[in-house]
Design a protein around this ligand. Structure first.
Ligand code: BGC
Length: 345
């Protein structure tokens, strides 16, 4: 599946040469890729970069594959189910990339498979270096395709907990805005920590409220004010500007607000910045952004998925398109949570 980056609707099923040996000694057969908002932005011509010297970019950064070939000492074996890490460190490298924290790259010269200057995983086969392939529990089967979005929230939780350690901190209440895959997986990790969890979304009925209830969290629709709680942690997963601002003003003292949604911009409204500042200062509030994930977060995400109820996880995958009807994978439908494109049965 390739696009000409920044060219709207250039997405197509095209022929690429076999993956080059320089991509790594591990050869993987792709089983499925997940589709997320970033893929749709890339297809819409708003985001994405081809590899240097090439016109097209193979997309797909949420992956699940099966190892076909791996060196003896790689820790991987033919048949293993693996997920490829998205980001690669910048070549300088910056202080973070130098120690494997490429998710915190400081100079922007990182690359990302399927997004920025490196072909992605939406191809029948790809090659990879073993340090960027993470094994998933074989019992998860196709649910392993949920690992990449889980790593995004594993990182968010890792950083929330690090910030929490600035003082005595015993969180009890969590608010998550958005019941898409990221919001639902953030709620799963919150429940795995034993926290009282509230999830807010626009829909009033259907699968999302049920999924929230089934992990022992409370579902709300409407505004954050209407939820009527002062959460210790807010994880904002929509990128909707009004919700982002509301999230910043509704946490409790010492509150931590983690922003994970990428907004499109272009919407402006009046904000009393002085009052916002006053409430943040007087309450020691922290608001921070979080993107991407490093290998530690992939391992934490794989452990979280292995602990989760498989029937709950399988309900997150609401649609599976095949290569014969691949275009369907990239058209959003009303009840979608996670759509996948299956490369094999
Ligand atoms: C991916 C991240 C990536 C980000 C920005 C997200 O959809 O999950 O891995 O860093 O897009 O490119």
């Amino acid at each position: 599946m390739t696009v000409i980056p920044l060219q709207k609707d250039s997405v197509d099923l095209t022929e690429l040469p076999e993956p080059p040996a320089s991509d790594g000694p591990v050869l993987v057969e792709t089983l499925a890729v997940g589709v997320c908002g970033t893929d749709l932005e890339i297809i819409n011509g708003d985001y994405g970069w081809a590899p240097p010297g090439e016109t097209r970019l193979a997309i797909g950064h949420e992956s699940l594959g099966r190892v076909m070939e791996a060196p003896e000492d790689s820790g991987l074996h033919p048949g293993d189910l693996v997920v490829g890490i998205v980001r690669r460190p910048d070549p300088v490298p910056c202080a973070n990339c130098a120690v494997g924290e490429w998710d915190m790259c400081r100079n922007g010269q990182y690359t990302e498979r399927g997004i920025k200057e490196r072909h992605g995983y939406a191809s029948e086969r790809y090659r990879i270096h073993p340090e960027y392939a993470v094994k998933v529990d074989p019992s998860l089967g196709r649910l392993g395709v949920l690992l990449e979005p889980t790593t995004v929230v594993a990182k968010a939780w890792d950083h929330i907990e690090r910030i929490g350690r600035r003082a005595q901190w015993q969180p009890s209440t969590v608010l998550i805005t958005g019941a898409g895959p990221i919001g639902l997986l953030a709620a799963l990790l919150s429940r795995q920590r034993g926290l009282e969890t509230h999830v807010l979304d626009r829909v009033t009925e259907g699968l999302k409220p049920q999924l929230v209830a089934d992990i022992g969290a409370t579902y709300h629709h409407g505004t954050i004010a209407e939820v009527g709680i002062a959460p210790d942690v807010v994880i904002e997963c929509t990128g909707v500007a009004q919700l982002v601002l509301d999230a910043m003003t509704h946490s409790t003292a010492d509150g931590i607000v983690c922003l994970t949604g990428v907004s499109s911009g272009g919407r402006t409204f009046d904000v009393d910045a002085g009052l916002l500042n006053r409430s943040m200062v007087l309450q020691n509030d922290v608001v921070f952004g979080s993107v991407n994930a490093n290998r530690r977060h992939y391992e934490a995400g794989a452990a979280a998925l292995a602990q989760a109820d498989e029937s709950w996880l399988s309900r997150l995958i609401t649609r599976s398109a095949s290569l014969d009807n691949w275009r369907d994978a990239y058209v959003r439908q009303a009840d979608d949570v996670k759509t996948i494109l299956a490369f094999s049965q």
